[in-house]
Design a protein around this ligand. Sequence first.
Ligand SMILES: Nc1ncnc2c1ncn2[C@@H]1O[C@H](COP(=O)(O)OP(=O)(O)OP(=O)(O)O)[C@@H](O)[C@H]1O
Ligand SMILES: [Mg+2]
Length: 355
Amino acid sequence: MEKILEVKDLEVSFQTYGGSVKAVRGVSFDLHKGETLAIVGESGSGKSVTSQTIMKLIPMPPGQITGGKILFNGDDIVPKTDKEMEKIRGKEISMIFQDPMTSLNPTMKIGYQIMEGLIKHQNMSKQAAKQRAVELLSLVGIPMPEKRVNQYPHEFSGGMRQRAMIAIALAANPKLLIADEPTTALDVTIQAQILELMKDLQSKMDTSIIFITHDLGVVANVADRVAVMYAGQIVEMGTVDEIFYDPRHPYTWGLLASMPSVDNDDNQDLAAIPGTPPDLTNPPKGDAFAARNKYALAIDFEEEPPMYQISETHFAKTWLLHPDAPQVEPPDAVKKRIRQLSSTFKTPVLVKEDK
Ligand SMILES: Nc1ncnc2c1ncn2[C@@H]1O[C@H](COP(=O)(O)OP(=O)(O)OP(=O)(O)O)[C@@H](O)[C@H]1O
Ligand SMILES: [Mg+2]
């Protein structure tokens, strides 16, 4: 499959009064044409900084790309100037932000905000752009698009604004769409509709998507592959099945165990991962997750683990995968969660049953 994006050893820091915040610490992944990669992880793990760096939207300074490459269609965007990036942004790569109001212009009609990109990037006439704007609004499921196209953001409900933002992001028919927590502010029914819509558009346009979320439940429905981030690094990556049915990193186990179950009856064992993420101005020696990991080995406090390969698509950065490490199984709460999930998924469970 054709690779659209290759991120290699990306490092991003922010200079602050408290020191240099190492927000992204050697992130590598790639994305194929038409594929959806979900990035999950706790708050502050570097999901937004990673994705905003791909569009070069981090404020520089204080931000700085201190290492690595971002190959988009084989071309490194790290050295590109703002002017060069303007040709890529909104045309080749679009982004949907968490809060639609921060990226919609309240003083400009929705239709015009969609048309802007079409006129600027696709040299469309005003008339053709307006027609396309109506089509796009209809495509994202907004009723009466001919009327809506002439309205302002405040006349739209929250869900409608989110849809409008997706329409803007899709206006230029981007090759890569980055959606940063696009549904968290929405109620569950609208979330499901928006996700369905994105999948539908993807199949029509063969768009590649990076989907950022806290919600592992959403991941199962939208993603092909999942990258789990912790303290500025990817600690596990694999297909949705590998991450849900055969997770190998204790942090991923923690995320799965803290995921609300569909049947609400046993939410009492819903356990947040104890402890807090490390200070990224001074990341700890060894494995950054060690202090919170009840399976931590002595070496975790000394040396950073390598990324172990489990299958062609599955990788995890934990010393537990060293051939000499003790055999550790996911905790019962996680196995239970995996079994619950398997009743909602089609694929078989890989985890062994309890005795
Ligand atoms: N402009 C900035 N100046 C200093 N530090 C920053 C800046 N932007 C981000 N950071 C730091 O970078 C780290 C990663 O932040 P990021 O926003 O990528 O997290 P996230 O995974 O997207 O979290 P959330 O789930 O809360 O959105 C955090 O420690 C954050 O404080
Ligand atoms: Mg974020």
